[in-house]
Design a protein around this ligand. Sequence first.
Ligand code: TEU
Length: 553
Amino acid sequence: MTTDTSQYLGRQGADWWRGAVIYQIYPRSFQDTRGDGIGDLQGVIDRLDYIASLNVDAIWLSPFFTSPMKDFGYDVSDYRDVDPMFGTLVDFDRLVEAAHARGLKVTIDQVLSHTSDAHPWFQESRESRDNPRADWYVWADPRPDGAPPTNWQAIFGGSAWQWDTRRCQYYLHNFLVEQPDLNFRNPAVVEAILGEVRFWLERGVDGFRLDAVNFCTHGELKDNPPRDDIREGFIGVRPDNPYGYQQHIHDKTQPENLAFLERLRALLDEYPGTTSVGEVGDDDSLGVMAEYSRGGNRLHMAYSFDLLGERHDPEYLRGILTEMESRIEDGWPCWALGNHDVTRLASRWDAAALRLYLAFLLTQRGSICLYQGEELGLTEAELSFEQLVDPAGITFWPAYKGRDGCRTPMPWQADAPHGGFSRAAPWLPVPDAHLGLAVDQQDAAPDSLLNAYRAFLAFRRTQPALVKGDITYHPVRDEVLCLERTHQGNRLLVALNFAGEPRELPAPREAQSLAEAPAWVNGSWQDGTLRLPAYGIAIARCTTDSEEASWDV
Ligand code: TEU
C-alpha cells in the first residue's frame, strides 16, 4: 500500500487524540524509586522507554496530587501540587519533557466533581453558613425529623449526605464521606476549577481524563425513584449496594452540566492540541457519552463502563458498539477493557482469549485506553480481608472485594524482590502468580502477550482505516464478530472468533489476508471461506473496486 500514513500516526496534528492509544498509569503501583513501597513520578520517568516500546501514543497518569489518600488520590487537597510521596512539580515537569522527547503525549486525571475534605476550600466552607466559601459545596438542611434531605446514596456505601456539626447541615458526597461534592451551580466554583485546570495547561500537559464528570452538577434536592432491574458489573451498581436500587434522576447527569463542559472546552481550545476524555457512569452511559462529546464544543471524548463488566459475549459487545455508533453523531468514543476500578481483564473474561480481546479492542472505532499490566496479562490478585486498603472493598466485603486486586504493583523482573517494583514491601503485595508474567520474562519471549501488544500496536499505526476509519458491524454468526473499517477508499475486514473452537464461514472472495498483520493474526481468507482457529482473528483487505463484496452470502 502506498498511502502516506504519517498523517494518521495518531501522534501528529491537533487531533492526534482521535484514534490514539492511551496507556493508563496508576503511579502508586508503577515503579518505586524512593524505597517507600509506593510508586512515584521518577519511577514513571525511568520506565518511559518501556512505555514507548509498547507503541502507544499517550499516557494517562492517575492522580498524583496532594491528597490524604482516603481514595488513593481521587480525594485531592491541593490541585496544584504533587503529593510528596510521588515527588515534586519539578519531577512532573521532567516527566512531561522526557515523555515528549519520546513522542508520548501526557494526559492527567482531573478530579473536579469533588475535593478531599482536607482541601482548604472545604475547611473554610464547613466553618459557618456565611463565610466566603459557604456555598462552594452542596449544603442542605435536614428534613424536619433530622433525616438527610434526600434518599441519595453514596457509591461507596451509605447515604450521600453527611451531617456536619459546625453548620448543623448535611453536605453531599457521591463517593466517600471524605470526598465532598463541589457546588458547580456556584459560578465562583466553576471559575476556581477552571483556574486549577489552566495551571496544568500552562505546565504543558496534552490533555485530561475527567473523573466522574457527569457528577459535577447535582439536581433538585428530590428523592430518586426506585428501580427494579439492577445491572451487575459496575462500581456502585450491584445488588449488595443500595446505590443500585435507584434511578439516578436527580443526583447526577444534569443538563446544566453541559454549560460547564462548554466552559472547559473553551479553555482547552486556548491550548491547541490538548484533549479531554470524560468518565461517565450513568444508567444511560452511551447517551451521555454521545451528548458530552458531540458538537465540537464540549468534551473531545467520553468513556463508560460498558465494556468493563463481566459480559463479553459477542452479541453483547456488538450491541453496545452498534448502539454507540447509532447515537454518537460527530462525538468520539474512547474504549477500555480494564482500568484501576475493575477486575483485571485476564480474570474477568477468558484468560485463553487475551490476544482476541486485544485485537477486538484495537480494531474498534474510537480512542483506546490500556491499563498498566493488561499487556502482561496480569490476573486479579487474590487478597485477604486484612490486606485490603480500598474503602469500597472494606465496606462491601465479601460480596464485593473492592479494587485492590487490580492495583497491585507492576512486576518488572521475575527474580528481583517484589518483582523489581520496590526495594521495600509494597503498599499492596506483588502476587507470586505475577512473577512469571514479569516484563523481563515476556520481553525475551517472542511469542509473549507483551510482544503481541507491541506488534499489534505497531501494525495499527500503519493502518489509517483502523485508527480513524468508519466502522460497520455484521450480524454475529456462530460467535464470530465481523466488522469493517473504511478510510479513503481502503477497506479492512476484521473477523474475531469468540468461540473456544475453530470456525469456518463464507466470506467475500475479494478478501485478501493482510500481510502486514502480526503473525498471530492467524485466520485465513481463501476462495470465499474464512477459517478461524479457536479465539482466532483474521484481517483482510478488500480492494476499492469490490464495494459490492458482501459477507451476507
Ligand atoms: O470512578 C467513578 C465511578 O466509580 C463512577 O463514575 C462509576 O462510573 C459509576 O459508579 C457507575 O455507575 C472514579 C475513579 O475512577 C475512581 O477510582 C474513584 O474512586 C471515583 O471516581 C471517585 O473519585
